[in-house]
Design a binder for this molecule. Sequence first.
Ligand code: HAM
Length: 419
Amino acid sequence: MSTFSAPRGTYDLLPPDSATYLAVRDALAAPLRRAGYGYAETPGFEHVELFARGVGESTDIVTKEMYTLTTKGGDELALRPEGTASVLRAALQAGLHRSGVPVKLWYSGSYYRYERPQKGRYRHFSQVGAEAVGAEDPALDAELIVLAVDGYRSLGLRGFRLLLNSLGDTVCRPAYRAALQDFLRGLDLDEETRRRVEINPLRVLDDKRASVTERLAAAPLLRDHLCEACKTYHEQVRELLTAAGVAFEDDPRLVRGLDYYTRTTFEFVHDGLGAQSAVGGGGRYDGLSEQLGGPPLPSVGWALGVDRTVLALQAEGVALGLPTATEVFAVPLGEEARRALFEAVTELRRAGVAADFAYGGKGVKAAMKAANRSGARLAVIAGERDLAEGVVQLKDLVSGEQAPVRLGELVAGVRAALA
Ligand code: HAM
């Protein structure tokens, strides 16, 4: 037992499982890269104020879940709980929008939320995200949703559903907010929820407690209060999704946990995950740039949870067909062979073949065991007699067949054997 263990709500990614994570991350990003999204990387921490203003002062993320710290220089920083505020901040700071919009960016990394840990909910987790900044176009909302669906499908994931809603805009939301407040004030709610009704009534719709949800059955829905522009916009998004063969469910109660959303909002849920069913989510955030002191830049984006996508794949019993980490394993018999095979392994690697070597001066038996454990298809074995003849033995670890190959023709021989 080691003295230290990872902090609560976190876990380490180690082989062999870590390979699945990398593959999921790559698969979710691949459709974005094919659609003109450029890679963005921002710091793991930002000024607290960015998230307070960006994500919303009264959200759980900001009030309860942020890891904040004061630096020795007196700066108030927070580990990033999400990516949108950071990526928009970076785009604004660099003035990317001045050379043409939409600015399309994708990102991937670690995020931190001090949440109550449970299956699928961690304090350190990983997202792949995308943001399209500076354009108001239903086709952009639809594009992002289609790209997420394509990412999930490319992994073989099937059991996810898309929930879709519109949260209106600055024209229609205020009147709805007031109507919702009127309704909520008439309910018998606990004190904290009453406070929330005054500060952020839409948040109350997101309450998962049965005692609250049953009282909300008759709550007014934004769907019935959308202005004409929002209604038309939403209808266009829905038509584009249908045309792209993407099924969705209208969920008029979907409000999401971040305050910046306007119009299109969506969530991908997977029924095999239990309580933490959201494998991804996003939406439009047309006012965020101005909230951060930038010009008006209507934008839309999403983030998909890598950890939960991996859990969803497990729940469906999908095994990714990952390439083996090692294709060839070299087993030298004696000092001279060690030098010759070390060179051969380097040559194989430089030729693009994944190769490993029996390090640690093991005996043949241990070295062959290591070769089998590596998952390699082939072993390259050589002793003094082989080298004297200018050959190495190429052994197929599956069939057990073995044949000599001239040392100078090893790369070609390996390629032929692997083909
Ligand atoms: P979010 O819904 O807070 O949105 O997070 C997106 C996804 O990250 C969730 O659907 C979930 O899969 C994963 N996730 C969130 N919290 C945790 C956690 N504690 N443990 C494991 N996975 C988690 C955002 O973060 C927005 N920035 C999305 C966005 C981009 N909206 C517009 N652009």
